[in-house]
Write a protein that binds this ligand. Structure first.
Ligand code: ASP
Ligand code: MG
Length: 483
């Protein structure tokens, strides 16, 4: 069987929904479709929740009206008849439930993660009904399934962890019989259900992850991620004009790319595919005839395939004069970062100088002031003597590909390129997997460094391919942002 996932822009309008349905219908059965909310709706739902919490009734009503209108414009494409009426009723029920949930938020004066998940799920639920009805209208039996009954998760609202065994059992019980009847199942992406039956979400952009989770639960032959770029690109085309499609990636390469900031895939997407060796293909609904990117166990070449940049990071150095304190101080630092849910992007330790270097996500951390006072507190509590230094506005450049395995040569080449460009390297590393080389650099020089590394390792685009560039840069909404 095949799982096809369509992102927000791929179901962004009536025409796009019909095109996505046609792409799905062209695949051999059995097939399951996973859908995101239509583009913009997830952000609108979150806005409505925040307005509800502030008691801004007028703002909230306007936001809800915008959501309803977006859904209505797609519903309008269905021909009049009992199927359309039934779909319209179910969508109205979802909109009514949305308003009740928003009223609950206003009452509580607080937009809790639990209510947030229940509220944002509306976007995917409505889309699954619209897509299933569109498929039926085109002559293909189809049924919408809400993933809070299928994807079993824990209760970490906003970023729930899936339970593989529970998901397999539920997929077998709920999805499989529908496929066996010859129906195309249209499942909501992004959402799951906690053990007590509450709706959860897998984190922003999580519909890709839903697709591979369903694929793994049903032992799919292939998972196709249909998006708005023709596959994984060798760099963000807004920063590197010569960026080109990458035809093939190994699982590890794809995971490193997603981890280091390539927005085309949600970072957790590939993992479920690895254990069962399920190929994942990334394709464009705007150019369905293009081959896209195929992700499989092995990498097809030992070249560097793509470069990424992650911005808004904080560089932290912790000097520990007493060697005996080193591990304890490291544990205290990691403990505090873990408690604050701050992601450590890179960690290195030079024991001879008793120095630890970390690159951490700065986004929700409140900058160096906050980091330093927090970390000084935790190490002082344990009576370690440490000196902490902190730099904001740091970016991480990553060059990803099996080619990084030839560590010393490739890394020195990359550092050489940065030096030539006058980009100082604040920290660098090869991942232990040997699939990525990374360098922390001052953020204001990051784009220049990225361009130079791309030129050096990947080079300019072969001339015949240039034609596609303009169209591509126009069509990038989904792969560079979510919502
Ligand atoms: N609709 C959700 C979001 O915008 C999930 C997704 O699109 O993958 O984050
Ligand atoms: Mg996406």
């Amino acid at each position: 069987m095949i799982v096809l996932k369509f992102g927000g822009t791929s179901v962004g309008s009536l025409e796009r929904v019909r095109e996505a349905a046609a792409i799905a219908a062209a695949q051999p059965a059995p097939r399951a479709v996973v859908v995101s909310a239509t583009s913009g709706v997830t952000n609108l739902l979150l806005d409505a929740g925040k307005q509800a919490a502030r008691g801004d009734r007028t703002g909230m009503a306007e936001t809800v009206a915008a959501i309803v209108e977006k859904h209505q414009s797609i519903l309008d494409g269905l021909p009049a008849g009992p199927d359309r009426n039934e779909t319209a009723n179910r969508i109205e029920d979802l909109h009514t439930a949305l308003e009740l949930n928003l009223a609950e938020v206003t009452l509580a004066g607080d937009f809790s993660a639990r209510l947030s998940d229940r509220i944002v799920a509306t976007g995917e639920k409505v889309m699954s009904l619209l897509m299933a009805a569109t498929l039926r209208d085109m002559g293909y039996p189809a049924e919408a399934v809400f993933a809070d009954r299928v994807i079993a998760t824990d209760a970490r609202f906003g970023s729930a962890r899936p339970d593989k065994d529970g998901t397999r059992e539920q997929a077998d019980a709920i999805v499989k019989p529908l496929l066996d009847e010859g129906k195309t199942v249209v499942m909501t992406g992004f959402i799951g259900g906690s053990p007590d039956g509450s709706t959860t979400t897998l984190g922003r952009g999580g519909s890709d992850y839903s697709a591979t989770l369903l694929g793994a639960a049903l032992h799919a032959d292939e998972v196709q991620i249909w998006t708005d770029v023709p596959g994984v690109l060798s760099a963000d085309p807004r920063l590197v004009a010569d960026a080109r499609e990458v035809p093939q990636l190994g699982f590890e390469e794809a995971q490193e790319l997603a981890h280091f900031g390539a927005k085309v895939l949600h970072p957790r997407t590939i993992r479920p595919a690895v254990a069962l060796d399920i190929p994942v293909r990334i394709l464009s609904t705007f150019a369905p005839q293009e081959p896209g990117t195929l992700v499989t166990r092995e990498s097809s070449s030992d070249e560097l395939k793509a470069v990424t940049v992650m911005k808004n990071l904080i560089l932290l150095t912790v000097d520990v004069p007493e060697l005996e304190d080193l591990s304890g101080a490291a544990a205290a630092v990691f403990g505090a970062l873990y408690e604050d849910r701050t992601e450590v992007v890179l960690a290195a330790q030079a024991s001879s100088r008793r120095r630890m270097t970390y690159l951490i996500e700065g986004g929700n951390y409140g900058g160096c002031n906050r980091v330093c006072s927090r970390l000084e507190d935790v190490v002082r509590e344990r009576e370690y003597e440490v000196e902490i230094r902190c730099t904001e506005d740091v970016a991480l450049l990553a060059a990803v590909g099996q080619g990084a395995a030839d560590q010393t040569r490739a890394l020195s080449r990359m550092l050489g390129v940065l030096q030539r460009e006058g980009v100082p390297v604040l920290a660098s590393n090869q991942q232990v997997s040997n699939v990525a080389m990374v360098a922390g650099v001052p953020q204001k020089l990051a784009d220049r460094g990225l361009l130079a590394i791309h030129d050096e390792f990947i080079g300019s685009r072969p001339s015949g391919v240039k034609l596609r560039r303009q169209r591509r840069s126009r069509l990038m909404a989904e792969s560079v942002q979510v919502g």
